[in-house]
Design a protein around this ligand. Sequence first.
Ligand SMILES: [Fe+2]
Ligand SMILES: [Fe+2]
Length: 184
Amino acid sequence: MKATQQLKEEHSAVLLMLQVLEKLVDRLIEGDRSSAEDLPAIIDFLKGFVDRCHHGKEEEWLFPALEAAGIPRQNGPIGVMLQEHEAGRSLIQDMVETLDVLEAGESQVALKEAAHNYIQLLRTHITKENEVLFKMADIKLTAAQQDELYENFERLELERMGAGQHEEYHKLLHQLMEKYGLNG
Ligand SMILES: [Fe+2]
Ligand SMILES: [Fe+2]
């Protein structure tokens, strides 16, 4: 498998979790407060699978390889992707902060806003990567470079998450998809 293909497959999993989050927020707004119990697990997925692992692969390995291949960081697509990763981190933090508010039985408006902003940001970010950046990568990188990236991705995943954690996150995703009536 190409390194870019591995990232695209991770994008598919991320998009499914965004659908779960969207559905959960809808249920909360409709008055089903019990849905809030799944938020910590979803936030853990967004921090662990999406940010630490997936964005880690992009920031530490893919983007530097693309820069070395002549794609500029400043005023170019890589700079934009990095800014969007940062914006995502800060929206995850906003969601974490609204959890305490929810527990106190207060308004769900702040959570709804942070979650919707995060979902929208990540969806457009993933489209840009799949449709623009990864296409550029597939043109610029040789097969040997893709292989090397793939190996580095695998190592990063093992170091950041530990053996078996990737599968645990997929298990969580599928459990939640079933619970929220989504068919992947
Ligand atoms: Fe990204
Ligand atoms: Fe990505």
